[in-house]
Design a protein around this ligand. Sequence first.
Ligand SMILES: Nc1ncnc2c1ncn2[C@@H]1O[C@H](COP(=O)(O)OP(=O)(O)OP(=O)(O)O)[C@@H](O)[C@H]1O
Ligand SMILES: [Mg+2]
Length: 467
Amino acid sequence: MVFTVDRELQSLPPEIAAKLSHLLKNLPSDAREPIVNHHFISKSFFEALGFLSNECIPDFKTGNGGDAVDYALRKNTEDDSFLHTKTSPYILVELKGRDINLEYGKGSYKTTVRQLKRYFLAPKCKSVQWGIITNSKHIQLFRKHGKTIFPATPCLEINPDNIVEITYQIRKKIEDTSRALTVAVYNNKGGVGKTTTVINLAATLTRQKKKVLVIDFDPNQHDLTDSLDIQPGEYKFYNCLKDKQNLFDIKQAICPYTKTFKGGITLSFDIIPVDDQLAKIGEDQIRQEISPHSLRKKLESLKYEYDYILIDAPPNWRYYSISAIYAADVVLIPIKPNDINSLRNTAITIQQYIPEIQQSRQEKTQGLEWGAIALPIFFNGGNITDAVKVRVKNAIAKIINQAKLENNFDLTSYFFSRYIPGKNTSIFEMPNSAYIANSAFDSIPASYRYKVAYDYYSQLAKEYFIQ
Ligand SMILES: Nc1ncnc2c1ncn2[C@@H]1O[C@H](COP(=O)(O)OP(=O)(O)OP(=O)(O)O)[C@@H](O)[C@H]1O
Ligand SMILES: [Mg+2]
């Protein structure tokens, strides 16, 4: 469902802004949920977000048992009134009173986020793109793309002085929803299957009718470009990244990768390959010439054209991987299960490297963007016997305890994909497959050629991306 929105809106209309700030100012400091709802949220906040009262359904049944989210919002269209059909919700709002502390990291904050995530994935919420949690003291916006959920803003403290600007910024984000999810595939360990994952995930998603762009951002090795036998065109991505005046159109750097199969079926995805200029430029020179924020900026115009933008990052923590993660919404981390050191490296990536990038995204956006988050790790291609599983589980338990004790950082949900408190269960496993390994020399993704490989990567796509 497509909605018409006012992209020209420069600020909230003055009378709406004044009312929003006034009502927040008059809320009692101990206002419980019904008061926050009746005297602020339903009276003014939804209007400020651009919704009419008949576009907001209270206690919306999510289709998951008796679960009901406090509000579901969606604009009416000419022939479809949301209140009437109750279909295709667009935003979910989980509301709390001021007695519930929604400050980032607090127990009640974590519980509320988990609650929102459960609603997001419920049967009647497939169409949902955004979620908000607020108690009128704090507010946070979350994005949902397919099955993938990530914070779109930090958890922001609100008051009568900043509520107008914050609501306006949230409104701008929800009225300008990008089509693409940008995924950086990264591990600072080499040879864990990053490039193989990018290629086969791209191919699998195209078989599921998704439009995909792949970026080879490992210019020293350019394995992705080579293994698919891509010949970069005249136009150099290097020039585009370097261009501060936007004279170069990034689309010119894109090469299509197309395969036609028996029966005339054609499948394709797009690639930005490594060009000879990028391949030969050194780390020092690129740091001087091109900001690590450039990739994100250049991808901006493509976010409305693709469903997925997948970035293949190199195995180190230097310019290209920093740029890739700065550009991403989420980071997918393959791991070799029989390598305990790579588990420790991963903990460092999640606790230190990714938060560094989040910090710089927040600084660059005046605190309005959170920055990429790590998705739960997955085991790629190792021989996962029961003995290995036990060893790995013990090693992970040790790493999680250490992170908690030393840095007060909870790594649990980054290691276990279906994490529910008290039941930290499984880690997704991509099997070791000769079909996958051998395809590296065939210049065709295994998941285009072999059903078994397609099935494996479909499971991966289902685990992380497809609802
Ligand atoms: N699921 C799998 N089953 C079998 N072989 C695999 C699988 N995934 C990756 N491989 C093989 O593992 C090797 C390393 O994979 P790949 O080049 O994708 O790793 P990488 O992390 O990108 O490496 P680098 O760090 O050098 O960029 C390749 O030979 C690839 O074919
Ligand atoms: Mg690689």
